[in-house]
Design a protein around this ligand. Structure first.
Ligand code: F6R
Length: 609
């Protein structure tokens, strides 16, 4: 979603701002712009579409200035055109904004009454005029911004430039993340560490309600009550060098192929090879006393949670409730005293998941988060962070974040099972050993890349695609369908294979590929799924079958294509079976010629409701 970068420097900032924006592209956006101060006056360049359009505009009409702000916009209020692109500006104030100002209509009406004219359809423009209005009242910039912030309802991160003040850049945060970067005689603002990675590794994150006043010499922080406060400066592990596609054509491909490595990195933090056991970080509660687990997440992270539910209930016999965050937060969920509320999020910033976390915290739940970004809001607000070590995920479609989330959830289920005495030591050892094998087996799965690329030629012709699975493979079917639709724009649905006969079977004909995820398992679900495959084929359905060698042998004459996956303990199968559905979506999208890493309308970090 939208991205912010701001710089007070000693050299021309336009090229650095554009570079920072490029590093924010992965978040998803549909217009971009920068503003600087030139001889005290605000100058701007903005463009609809990709950053290259903005760069062209700047090349045609260069923009000077040693202080500036930049933005990538993902449209919320108003179409994604140049007039609605940020920065928004008056003669005195320029603003970039992530999030939504909920009361903008009311503020706009009030400011119009004071004679302020508006040029865009955005909610952001009210911030410009509100600050301008207070400056007109004779206030100094800091006070004018403080006054304006008090009037804003909603979620925002802001970067503000004031005409005539070359040594000043103001940032503010309420609900959307914002970091201050400390350079060598330069200062920066960024909506994430990645934007600032080539400039500095020294960052301070604003807390909720904070305002930061940046000058060339440093930053002063104010809390929500306008009190001066200190904010810890941390060293981020991200470096500017990390972001490249390697030998791959897309970030998504690179990230799919990184999975053996990052699953291993994630597991290493929790797996003790000498003892063959799983150890979680120290918890501020006793797992043996946990009566219930409530899992909340969105999108792909939600599907990871769904696998987690199957694992936790089977392994630890603890009831698990799971919901998508946007529903959970408004349905007045019944929470159990002493319960664990578990939040799963790659970004750690998804607005609905974060709001659900805060709700559960206020209700006294123990807050555990599975996040990829250790500096995120969710990480900072949780009692316990179970980190996925996936590294930065740039492709909008989540891949390595998903399989590392599964890795962490598997460890959580095992640790809970041990605490609840529902796992024998021998079974714990066996499960831990099965997990330890996953990186190696994942590398074997990736060797099917070419075969899956061939299958994608058939899928790319389809208008609709069905994904079927049972048990944890049902969650992988849902995830496979999501991956395909979001990057190839082919309509796809995931179903519990047993639900086929209750409706979806009506869709089946020769033109509908049916992707079936069917590892052998402890409950003989394989046989039941195999029957569903026969029912599909009897109606002309074209089945693409992912199973182990035994399963493939059974189905090779029935299915159009069958891929033999490695033999593993059924417990870890969902981690491995996620990979072929990622590859299938990837190759289908490449064949369709879509923008694989930045699919239309999507954002990487969804910081609005
Ligand atoms: C799909 C995808 C999204 C995210 C969802 C939650 O490929 O990436 O569905 O999983 O937006 O994002 P996080 O995990 O950052 O909370």
């Amino acid at each position: 979603m939208c991205g912010i970068v701001g710089i007070i420097g000693r050299q021309e900032v336009a090229p650095l701002l554009v570079d920072g924006l490029k590093r924010l592209e992965y978040r998803g956006y549909d217009s971009a712009g920068i503003a600087t101060l030139v001889n005290g006056s605000i100058d701007r360049r903005r463009a609809e579409g990709k950053i290259v359009n903005l760069a062209d505009r700047i090349a045609q009409k260069p923009i000077a200035g040693t202080v500036g702000i930049g933005h990538t916009r993902w449209a919320t209020h108003g179409r994604p055109n140049e007039a609605n692109a940020h920065p928004h500006a008056s003669a005195k104030v320029a603003v970039v904004h992530n999030g939504i100002i909920e009361n903008f209509q009311e503020l706009k009406a009030e400011l119009q009454e004071h004679g302020h004219g508006f040029e865009s359809d955005t909610d952001t423009e009210v911030v410009v005029h509100l600050v301008h209005y207070h400056l007109d009242q004779g206030m100094e910039p800091v006070e004018a911004v403080q006054k304006a912030l008090k009037r804003l309802h909603g979620a925002f991160a802001l970067g503000i430039l004031i005409a005539g003040h070359h040594d000043l850049l103001i940032g503010a945060r309420m609900g959307s993340p914002l970091a201050v970067g400390f350079g060598d005689g330069e200062m920066y603002l960024g909506s994430d560490a990645l934007a600032l990675a080539p400039l500095t590794q020294r960052l301070a994150y604003l807390e909720e309600g904070d305002m930061a006043v940046l000058t060339l010499d440093g930053a002063t922080f104010y809390d929500v009550g306008d009190n001066k406060v200190e904010r810890q400066v941390r060293q981020t592990a991200l470096s500017g060098a990390l972001i490249g596609k390697g030998e791959h054509r897309h970030f998504m491909a690179k990230e799919i192929f990184e999975q053996p490595q990052v699953i291993g990195d994630t597991l290493n933090a929790m797996y003790n090879p000498a003892r063959g056991s799983i150890t979680l970080p120290d918890l501020p509660f006793d797992m043996a006393d946990v009566p219930k687990v409530t899992i909340v997440a969105c999108g792909t992270s939600y599907y990871a949670g769904l696998v987690g539910k199957y694992w936790i209930e089977r392994t630890a016999r603890v009831p698990v409730e799971i919901d998508v965050a946007s529903e959970f937060r408004y349905r007045r969920p019944v929470l159990q005293d002493g319960g664990v509320a578990l939040f799963i999020s790659q970004s750690g910033e998804t607005a609905d998941t974060l709001a659900a976390l805060r709700h559960c915290k206020a209700e006294g739940q123990r807050i555990v988060s599975v996040v990829n970004s250790p500096e995120s809001s969710m990480a900072r607000e949780s009692d316990v962070v179970l980190q996925t070590n996936a590294g930065p995920e740039i492709g909008v479609a989540s891949t390595k974040a998903f399989t590392t989330q599964l890795t962490v959830l598997a460890c959580f289920a095992i640790a809970l099972g041990r605490a609840k005495d529902t796992l024998t030591p021998a079974r714990e050892k066996a499960l831990a050993a099965a997990l330890a094998e996953v990186p190696g087996r994942a590398a074997e799965v990736l060797a099917h890349d070419e075969a899956i690329r061939d299958i994608a030629q058939f899928v790319a012709e389809a208008r609709d695609v069905l994904y079927l699975g049972r048990g944890t493979s049902y969650a992988i079917a849902l995830e496979g369908a999501l991956k395909l639709k979001e990057i190839s724009y082919i309509h796809a649905e995931g179903y519990a294979a047993g639900e086929m006969k209750h409706g979806p079977i009506a869709l089946i004909d020769e033109s509908v590929p049916v992707i079936v995820i069917a590892p052998h398992d402890e409950d003989d679900l394989f046989e039941k799924t195999a029957s569903n495959v026969q029912e599909t084929v009897a109606r002309g359905g074209q089945v693409i079958f992912f199973s182990d060698a035994k399963g493939v042998l059974r189905m090779q004459d029935t299915a159009l294509h069958a891929i033999a996956m490695p033999e593993v303990d059924p417990f870890v199968a969902p981690i491995l079976y996620a990979i072929p559905v990622q590859l299938l979506a990837y190759h289908t999208a490449v064949l369709k010629g879509t923008d694989v890493d930045q699919p239309r309308n999507l954002a990487k970090s969804v910081t609005v409701e």
